[in-house]
Design a protein around this ligand. Structure first.
Ligand code: IMP
Length: 176
């Protein structure tokens, strides 16, 4: 067994698969935003690794900012209550925003942030999500760029945590 207890993990997406998917997403985003003033907004903490890898596959000038939210609940279940604990540093009025999220589960976090950011009058707002868990959805949210779809299991790695652990795994796995 490895130092992090990896033998209990079942790998869903390898480092290589994630890398190839991000190259694809980056190409699409580059095409779609050519000539525009794009601002990528990473949702902390889960999306920090995804956002860092994604922006390096986007081949146009891009501004980057982060917003941190906390959702109340247990380690594996979100209660749906969302609070901004670190707001954006920059004004997004008149800018094209791409909201980057690690995983959409119930959809409540993304819905809350979309509504909040829309009120700041950006030129447009789209979403880019690494993992989509459609079976867990409670509210519909638009996903404009999607990495992978996953079953209703709890996943860790590549930025995603269980009780603040496992964000540093280079792959995405679920706990058996
Ligand atoms: P939602 O508001 O229910 O869509 O959940 C969004 C947030 O819950 C994500 O940004 C993650 O931080 C967390 N989350 C949901 N499902 C998982 C999972 O399977 N593993 C780790 N975190 C998760």
């Amino acid at each position: 067994m490895g130092e992090q207890g990896e033998s209990a993990f079942k790998i869903l997406f390898t480092e290589e698969q994630i890398k190839n998917k991000i190259i694809e997403l980056g190409m699409q985003i580059t095409r779609d935003y050519k000539g525009e003033n794009l601002t990528v907004i990473g949702i902390l903490k889960g999306a920090f690794i995804f956002a860092a890898d994604l922006i390096r596959q986007i081949n146009i000038p891009v501004a980057v900012d982060f917003i941190a939210v906390s959702s109340y609940g247990s380690a594996t279940k979100s209660s749906g209550e969302v609070k901004i604990i670190k707001d954006l540093d920059i004004s997004v009025k008149g800018r094209h925003l791409l909201l980057v999220e690690d995983i959409v589960d119930t959809g409540l976090t993304l819905k809350y942030l979309l509504e909040n950011l829309k009120s700041r009058e950006p030129a447009s707002i789209k979403t880019c999500v690494l993992l989509d868990k459609p079976q867990a959805r409670k509210v519909e949210v638009p996903i404009d760029y999607r990495g992978f779809t996953v079953d209703n299991v709890f996943v860790v790695g590549y930025g995603l945590d269980y009780d603040q652990k496992y964000r540093n795994l280079p792959y995405i796995a679920y706990l058996e």
